[in-house]
Design a protein. Structure first.
Length: 467
């Protein structure tokens, strides 16, 4: 190809640089994605102009990383990160260069980049490519290869090994043999362990959002990187669960990886719940033999998995809201619906799980099923019909606007105070009793009926001395 199409706004920016005696190139992911025929949303530029010169050339420039030669140009409604050609020294902190020296050419600048596919520049006027490390060829062959020595590149920046795996997962590329070998080296794992958990978490989430996250997750596991940041996963490998009942084809580790594949790509929290949902199984494993049959059990594993999920996600510094959501889905993923459930039982299920979590919980169950054999739930199967019936009954409760929380009661605390019940814990307890009554019998959700019941509870239980 040797050239890519350049957006007219970029051409205008290139002319502005040239008018002021400088040269600028499109670099990084934008060039790579253009070669992959992907949509490009962000532009990064490399230029021979210093940050100070860039700030003089353009009207609005923010010095976002001026110590490393980077500024952000605001133009045409866009924010374009622009970095002066540079070479770098040692990376003592495993992430940032100890010092930055400006380079004389775009070729020198490209030589400091991580992978050949990211070390390509495009002329802003012609779209012609500057590709000193054959990155276009590697993109065509779907190969991830470091620029120069893998050990040198990975020792410079502890995040690069994780990025290599993330790219492999996102792009469905293969990591070149020497590059892959370097990922498991002790010195590289040590360097990777120095990156912040937030940086790992962000790359981990990008892997989770890829078409087939099991690819990246398995690479993280095999290289030893996953054990640095999510050590809870290690004991899942070789924890067998296949028995005479035929529920599972895989050990717990592979089951979790395939479950991630079976969760919807656009729902990160469900994919995280799929990853963690059985992570407590190894601690709960028991084996039962009955004649020629062997049954493997994991009683109570959802509670252990919930605790491990909370611990792991706290370590990775997910938000409290994300931790609460994912751990709740993990805790509830073992629900078992039977057609004999009463309407009250369905309402209690909705109340326990939370109306806002029901759809996601069903998705976790479908991911769990996918992870059992690596195939989706068959339409028309008994399990499919069972879930369809549960969803139908839930929809019926929702459509009938039945009370699913204290806010849905026909009375509130003020109504109870108006009939002489003082505010406090006792009033709260009475409201909960009223909600229990309405959960059992929705027709009870009438203001007059509930006020009468509340008055009777107050008089008999609290004024009458009954405890």
């Amino acid at each position: 190809m040797n050239r890519i199409k350049i957006h007219q706004d970029l051409q205008k920016i290139g002319k502005i640089f040239e008018k002021n005696g400088h040269k600028a190139y499109l670099v990084g992911g934008a060039v790579r994605d253009s070669l992959l025929k992907k949509e490009v949303n962000d532009w990064d530029l490399a230029t021979d102009a210093s940050p100070q010169q860039v700030m003089k050339i353009f009207h609005k420039v923010i010095p976002t990383g001026i110590a490393h030669g980077t500024v952000t140009i605001h133009i045409f409604g866009r924010q374009i990160e622009t970095t002066t050609f540079r070479t770098e020294s040692e990376y003592s902190d495993g992430r940032h260069p100890d010092s930055v020296a400006y380079a004389a050419s775009i070729e020198q600048d490209l030589s400091r980049r991580d992978f050949t596919m990211n070390a390509i520049a495009a002329d802003l006027q012609t779209g012609n490519l500057i590709d000193p490390f054959c990155g276009e060829k590697d993109i065509k062959n779907k190969i991830i290869r470091t620029v120069g020595s893998p050990l040198e590149r990975f020792n410079e920046d502890g995040l690069r090994p994780v990025r290599a795996i993330r790219f492999a997962s996102q792009l469905n590329f293969t990591i070149e043999a020497e590059t892959l070998k370097a990922l498991s080296k002790e010195e590289i794992l040590k360097k990777t362990s120095t990156i912040s958990v937030e940086r790992f978490r962000d790359e981990f989430c990008k892997i989770m959002k890829s078409d087939k996250p099991s690819v990246g997750l398995r690479l993280l596991e095999k290289t030893g990187i996953l054990n640095i940041f999510i050590p809870e996963f290690l004991v899942c490998r070789n924890c067998q669960q296949k028995d005479s009942r035929g529920f599972h084809d895989f050990d717990v580790a592979d089951h979790l990886l395939y479950a991630c594949d079976g969760a919807p790509k656009e729902n990160l929290l469900v994919r995280l719940a799929a990853f963690y949902h059985d992570i407590g199984k190894p601690e709960c494993k028991s084996i039962e033999k009955a004649g020629d049959c062997t049954m493997i059990h994991f009683h109570g594993h959802e509670s252990i998995s919930e605790k491990k999920t909370i611990k792991s996600m706290h370590f990775l510094k997910f938000s409290n809201e994300e931790i609460d959501k994912v751990s709740h889905l993990v805790k509830e993923h073992m629900f078992y619906y039977e057609p004999c459930w009463s309407d009250a039982a369905v309402r209690r299920f909705i109340i326990r799980v939370g109306l806002e979590n029901l759809d996601d919980l069903i998705l976790v169950r479908l991911a769990d099923i996918y992870g059992m054999h690596g195939t989706p739930l068959a339409e028309g199967s008994p399990v499919y019909k069972n879930l369809a019936e549960l969803k139908s009954r839930i929809e019926k409760v929702i459509n009938e606007k039945q009370a699913l929380g204290l806010k849905d009661l026909a009375v509130n605390g003020q109504d109870l105070m108006n009939i002489g019940i003082p505010s406090g814990k006792k009033l709260g307890s009475i409201l909960k009793e009223l909600f229990e009554a309405v959960t059992e019998s929705p027709q009870m959700n009438d203001k007059e009926k509930l006020l009468e019941v509340a008055k009777n509870i107050w008089e008999t239980k609290y004024l009458g001395g009954v405890k």
